[in-house]
Each structure stands twice: as structure tokens, then as C-alpha cells.
Design a binder for this molecule. Structure first.
Ligand code: 6AU
Length: 260
């Protein structure tokens, strides 16, 4: 099953091209770390990308929090991603009617579809989101992570909703890269990637509603393939040292999991 197969084996069965690309990056760079680069300064974002670059498979942005965003930020970001071989991932969490998402995906200041190979989306309003992302202008190789569970306390998402999200994912195998969730759920398809946020070594929660698990427990007990780490790295004294530390713990946990 999914939890005991290697990423190299899973690359062969992935139907979404970005999932296949990610599995290959993970296997060759030996990293399952996705950095949540949640900073509000463009230069800080580029510095994070550069320093964490050798240790990550994906860089996840909330591009709309960058105070001094300018289109000129995208070219150097893409150059860093290419040089260090990681994927750019905009955590937009699309949730609207299809027509609106079509515009939010390709138009406006951010033109997400022109640079982000990966985006997140909610399944709440139905399949429209996947239909429009599939057809929109933009990069040829693209993928979507659907949010099926949340890391925060007080989420309104229940088991029935999670299961329906998974069903929707299975209906778009060429577009859906994977699922954002906190448990293995019913995700047995080895071609799909489980992305799990809420990962930190030192603390259990923030002062709002975020809840954290350790890197070992998310991989071994909760089925995480790619772990999202934000403040555990961005608030550390040395970005590269912290990223390398998470990478190693996560990779050892993955090796332990596939051996079982
Ligand atoms: O490690 P942190 O808490 O600093 O950052 C976690 C990152 C943030 C959130 O927007 C995101 O992960 N996130 C998501 C995603 C990836 O979609 C889902 C979720 O349930 N919880 C969560 O924290 O950028």
C-alpha cells in the first residue's frame, strides 16, 4: 500500500505530472520537506528560498501577504527553484464558483497560473474549481492539492466532508497532486501525495489555533508524505541549519516507515 512503497516506485504510478515530478525530486534530493515561506517582505522570501532551497522539495507561499510584491519577484524566485530543484506552490485555498476561480488563478496582480505549478483548493463548492484550473491558461504541468482536513482546532470539516473530498480527488487523477490532511484517512492511492501541515519540533501550538505534531509522528503515525513546516524554520536563528534538521528527521522517519 501507499505507506510502504518508496517514492521512486510511486513516481511510476502518479497520474498527475507534478506528483510524478515531486516524487522524483523527493527520491533524488532525499527530502519530504515543504517550507511554508510565510514572510511579508520580498527580499526575505528570496533569502528563505535560497537558504532552504537545497533541503526542500517545494516552497509554499502565501503571495498575498508580501507587502512589497511586484511582478519582478517571480523571475528570481523561479530561478532559485530551478537551480535548487524544488516546486513553487501557492497556497491560495481557492473556494468560489468556477468562473471566479478562473480569474483568481490567472488574472490580477499575482497571475498565479503563470508561475505556481501547485495550488491548494477547497472542495466545498464542488468540482468547478478543478474544471477551471484544468482548462485555464498557464503552466503546462500543474497540480492541485485539495484540503480534506485542517490542522487547526475548531475546524468545521468533518469525516463525511473529508471522504467526499477524497472522492472528488479520485475523479481528477490527471490534475490532483494530492490531499492536505492530518491522518492517512482513506488515501490508499499510491499516486497521490499526502501533504501534512502543523509540524514543529519545539512547540505544540501557537497563540491562535494552530496545533503541531512532531515530524516523526506525522510521517510514521499519520501517513504524511510531504510535511509543511513554516515557523519551525522561518523563526529559527539559521534557516539552512533548521531546514536541514527537519529534512533529516523527516527522511529518517520515511525510511523507517517503508521498512515496516
Ligand atoms: O508551520 P506554520 O504553522 O508556521 O505554518 C503552517 C502553514 C501555513 C498554513 O496556511 C498552512 O501551513 N496550513 C494548511 C495548508 C498548507 O493548506 C492547512 C492546514 O490545515 N493548516 C495549515 O497550517 O502556511
Amino acid at each position: 500500500d501507499r505507506l510502504h512503497l518508496s517514492f521512486a516506485e510511486r513516481a511510476k504510478v502518479a497520474k498527475n505530472p507534478v506528483a510524478a515530478q515531486l516524487f522524483q525530486i523527493m527520491a533524488t534530493k532525499e527530502t519530504t520537506l515543504c517550507l511554508a515561506a510565510d514572510v511579508t517582505d520580498a527580499t526575505a522570501l528570496l533569502n528563505l528560498a535560497e537558504q532552504a532551497g537545497p533541503h526542500i522539495c517545494a516552497l509554499k507561499t502565501h503571495i498575498d501577504i508580501v507587502d512589497d510584491f511586484h511582478r519582478n519577484l517571480i523571475t528570481p524566485l523561479q530561478e532559485i527553484a530551478k537551480r535548487h530543484n524544488f516546486v513553487l506552490f501557492e497556497d491560495r485555498k481557492f473556494c468560489d464558483i468556477g468562473k471566479t476561480i478562473e480569474l483568481q488563478y490567472s488574472k490580477g496582480m499575482y497571475k498565479i497560473s503563470s508561475w505556481a505549478q501547485l495550488v491548494t483548493a477547497h472542495a466545498l463548492l464542488g468540482k468547478g474549481v478543478l474544471d477551471v484550473i484544468k482548462k485555464a491558461e498557464g503552466l503546462e504541468k500543474r497540480g492541485v492539492f485539495l484540503l480534506a482536513e485542517a490542522s487547526c482546532s475548531g475546524t468545521l470539516i468533518d469525516a463525511k466532508y473529508s471522504k467526499s473530498t477524497l472522492k472528488m480527488a479520485e475523479e481528477y487523477p490527471d490534475l490532483v497532486t494530492g490531499i492536505v490532511c492530518q491522518s492517512p484517512m482513506f488515501l490508499n492511492n499510491p499516486g497521490l501525495i499526502q501533504l501534512t501541515p502543523g509540524v514543529q519540533i519545539d512547540i505544540k501550538a501557537d497563540d491562535v489555533d494552530q496545533q503541531y505534531n512532531s515530524p516523526e509522528s506525522v510521517v510514521i503515525e499519520k501517513g504524511c508524505d510531504i510535511a509543511v513546516v513554516g515557523r519551525g524554520i522561518t523563526k529559527a536563528a539559521d534557516t539552512a541549519v533548521a531546514a536541514e534538521k527537519y529534512k533529516k528527521i523527516l527522511w529518517d522517519a520515511y525510511l523507517q516507515r517503508i521498512k515496516k
